[in-house]
Design a protein around this ligand. Structure first.
Ligand SMILES: Nc1nc2c(ncn2[C@@H]2O[C@H](COP(=O)(O)OP(=O)(O)OP(=O)(O)O)[C@@H](O)[C@H]2O)c(=O)[nH]1
Ligand SMILES: [Mg+2]
Length: 295
């Protein structure tokens, strides 16, 4: 059996509102003290938006490794060490353009509120004229930005949902400590290459499902998981042996999880759907899709 590989996605899925989002983000960055960039803890590098890095310039930044409850805890620790090593040394106070990374998960809301409040206060350096810090939340679609806003505000101010592009417009809220916090629509970059990073984003749910080639994304995920987390697959799909390759794994998933067509052939789209959604929802356990580069 072979799986047809069609182009993963043309660039037209970079929708019009993303271009508008870019302009609005540039305006907001100019009027903010701290940028909070939300990354997916399972793929901190692939989910880091070069457009935000470019627009942010020297603004201090908190990189939040979100959904860390879904990521491999050991890999998350090495990502935090990696970001800490990239921090510039300063004698006192935050350096221009300082970046601090923290891992959060929304099942620990108190920790999220305490750590963001402490970091915002330190990085924002309020002036005598202006005591309340201004912070903005940005990042790729569906990574948990609005969930973080609601957690920090301790009430539901922003709509959340398990699909990209839920937030359509900028929204502001004032936090208990006076910080003015703004939420933004998820933003991608105009020219997404057809590479492993893009397939990771698709696997994690940052791209609209209509724009992705399901089987292909699942084959990528299956190959990676077979190599890195084989036991998670054995446990989840009750496998008696580990299939040799991605296609074999998808066939096993199809057979076990209602992906059989009349006549007994496996519906690969259904099998791909099962694997992708099990990964996204954490049903396979805590897994990370990439490790920091060896320095
Ligand atoms: N497991 C887990 N899920 C989370 C966490 N944070 C957010 N989510 C889920 O991720 C999905 C997306 O959350 P949103 O807050 O709407 O994401 P967003 O970044 O605002 O998305 P857009 O506005 O569409 O760009 C929702 O199903 C959330 O419940 C987390 O820490 N852990
Ligand atoms: Mg949102």
């Amino acid at each position: 059996m072979t799986i047809a590989l069609t182009p993963l996605m043309p660039t037209q899925w970079y929708p019009g509102h993303m271009a508008t989002a870019r302009r609005k983000i540039a305006e907001s960055i100019a009027a903010t003290d701290v940028v909070i960039e939300v990354l997916d803890a399972r793929m901190p590098r692939s989910s880091e938006n070069p457009v935000i890095t470019e627009l942010r310039k020297q603004k201090p930044c908190i990189k939040v490794l979100a959904k860390s409850d879904l990521a491999d805890p050991e890999v998350t620790k090495s990502w935090l060490r990696h970001f800490a090593e990239r921090r510039p040394e300063t004698a006192k106070g935050p350096a221009p353009g300082e970046v601090v990374a923290i891992a959060l998960s929304m099942d620990r809301p108190g920790e999220a509120r305490t750590r963001i409040a402490e970091l915002t206060a330190r990085l924002a350096r309020p002036t005598r004229q202006r005591t309340a810090a201004r912070a903005m939340i940005v990042g790729i679609p569906n990574v948990g930005k609005s969930t973080l806003v609601n957690t920090l505000a301790n009430r539901k101010v922003a709509k959340v949902g398990d699909e990209p592009a839920v937030t359509k417009a900028r929204q502001q809220v004032i936090l208990a400590d006076g910080t003015v916090l703004s939420d933004h629509p998820g933003v991608l970059w105009p020219k997404i290459e057809e590479d492993a990073a893009t397939i990771r984003l698709a696997l994690g749910g940052a791209l609209p499902d209509r724009a992705i080639e399901y089987e292909r994304v699942a084959v990528f995920g299956a190959e990676y998981l077979l190599g890195r987390y084989p036991q998670a697959l054995v446990d989840r799909y009750k496998l008696d042996h580990l299939p040799a390759g991605a296609e074999g794994l998808l066939l096993e998933i199809g057979r076990r999880r209602g992906g059989l067509r009349t006549g007994g052939t496996v519906d690969l789209h259904k099998a791909a759907d099962v694997l992708i959604h099990d990964f996204r929802g954490g049903a396979l356990g805590r897994l990370s899709l990439e490790e920091p580069p060896v320095s």
